[in-house]
Design a protein around this ligand. Structure first.
Ligand code: NAD
Length: 422
């Protein structure tokens, strides 16, 4: 939905960050890596308790300034109207990893995804160079000031503000950075994999999705419809875990579609011309609500922004672009299916494998389907139930490796065997 809040960060700060993001490149990365290397012996020799105390202090400071962070995020994130999931969880990242122990993050949920990487990395005793997205850097910059206040020693966390192809790539290619933890698009991950290959770097890759919701005719629609609306349109569909392919069993297809579209039309939003929607129509699909169908009524303050209505597309072919490619916006496709066997095959027929949702009151069926879905996460009769303790990550083109308490630890530490003869 549309958020209209006063902008707390002075405009010149925004310009400063924008300008800096255009100039930071190899030399900045070189200096950041040097600072991280110098700080490593001191930081890694601190006890886990000392490190956790500093992280707790940082969490407290962010909590104290939470409203300012949230407002900066809302105003600066292109097309980001909501800040619910971002701020709901970012502090739990910091707190979570406090007792345990290098980094490129995307523009959506910027501070949450940055802290999700920084906190476990430094808790383990690493020092880091982090590169937030050039499109949403301000909250990272605000956090840098708090790092110092929290007592994080100089050089432990180094944030480089720059373009992906410059600062990001310099980090990926730097011989003294043995590990890259990346969250972002599959396309960028392919490039990072190629560029880091000559250095044999350890990679953790959290990437895009084309997530299915499978709705059987015994599903509780009173619960399923509001949850599937949220899973399709929350944060404007700009969460990697959002649903974008809804498979509905034929017996309830018409009823589902009618109720789903009626509810989607109640969401309040705006008006860009998204080429993928034109593409859907060209491919024979029917746009039932949203772009090109309904008109927009934006508040005056939002008319210069980029807004799009929740858009529902039906009768779209599985092999079409809208069903195969990640749109990363408030667009979802609804199609009918007949059998369990058929829907598993169709749900798996994309290159991605991040998250899936299964709706049924038959527990045996839920287990059978979940087991066969090629997906890093499967939610049954719910969506976005997250516990930072549990492994998070995708299959196929949605990622390599898992992050989460124990899983991040495994990515971020190197085991060493020491043999001492008696
Ligand atoms: P993006 O791949 O364009 O950029 C991500 C980051 O990589 C940015 O900081 C960018 O500057 C940097 N980058 C770009 N080119 C680079 C290069 N050649 N070398 C090194 N770094 C480079 O992604 P985005 O548009 O910022 O984010 C949206 C994508 O992220 C979507 O695909 C979404 O699904 C995915 N995402 C995944 C998760 C997850 O946990 N699986 C979470 C959030 C977002």
């Amino acid at each position: 939905g549309i958020q209209s809040v006063p902008f707390p960060v002075p405009y010149f700060h925004r310009c400063l960050v924008w300008l800096k993001s255009r100039v930071a490149r190899t030399l900045d990365v070189e200096a950041a890596v040097k600072a991280a290397k110098n700080a490593f012996p001191i930081w890694s020799s601190k006890s886990p308790l000392e490190r956790s105390q500093i992280l707790n202090k940082l969490a407290d400071l962010i909590e104290h300034d939470l409203e300012a962070f949230a407002q900066a995020d809302v105003m600066l994130n292109i097309e980001m109207g909501g800040y619910g999931p971002n701020f709901y969880r970012l502090n739990s990242c910091l707190l979570w990893f406090c007792s345990v122990a290098g980094l490129i993050s995307p523009w959506n949920l910027p501070l949450y995804l940055l802290t999700w990487k920084i906190a476990p990395a430094i808790a383990c005793g690493n020092t880091v160079v982090a590169k937030p997205s050039e499109m949403t850097s301000v909250t990272a910059w605000m956090m840098c000031k708090l790092l110092e206040k929290a007592g994080v020693p100089h050089g432990v966390v180094n944030v480089v503000f720059g373009m992906g192809t410059k600062a990001g790539e310099a980090l990926v290619c730097h011989p003294d950075v043995p590990l890259i933890s990346f969250t972002g698009s599959t396309l960028t991950a392919q490039r990072i994999t190629e560029k880091s290959a000559p250095h044999c770097k350890r990679l953790s890759l959290e990437l895009g999705g084309k997530n299915p919701a499978i709705i059987f005719d015994d599903a509780d629609l009173a619960q399923c419809i509001p949850t599937t609306l949220r899973s399709s349109f929350a944060n404007q569909g700009e969460i990697c875990l959002c649903t974008s392919r809804i498979f509905v069993q034929r017996g309830i297809y018409s009823e589902f579609l009618k109720r789903f579209v009626a509810e989607a039309k109640k969401w309040k939003v705006g008006n860009p011309s998204d080429p993928t929607v034109d593409k859907a129509q060209a491919e024979g699909a029917r746009v039932l609500c949203g772009e090109g169908v309904d008109s927009l009524a934006l508040p005056a303050g939002n008319r210069k922004g980029y807004f799009m209505l929740p858009t529902v597309i039906a009768e779209v072919k599985d092999e079409s672009c809208c069903m195969q490619e990640e749109i990363f916006g408030p667009v979802t496709c609804v199609v009918a299916f007949d059998t369990e066997e058929e829907v598993i095959e169709r749900a798996n027929s994309v290159k991605y494998g991040l998250a899936a949702t299964v709706w049924s009151s038959n527990v045996g069926r839920v287990h059978r389907v979940a087991k066969r879905l090629q997906s890093g996460l499967v939610w049954t009769n719910c969506w976005l139930v997250r516990d930072l303790n549990l492994p998070f990550g995708g299959m196929k083109a949605s990622g390599v490796g898992r992050e989460g308490a124990k899983d991040s630890y495994e990515v971020l530490v190197s085991h060493k065997l020491l043999h001492i003869p008696q």
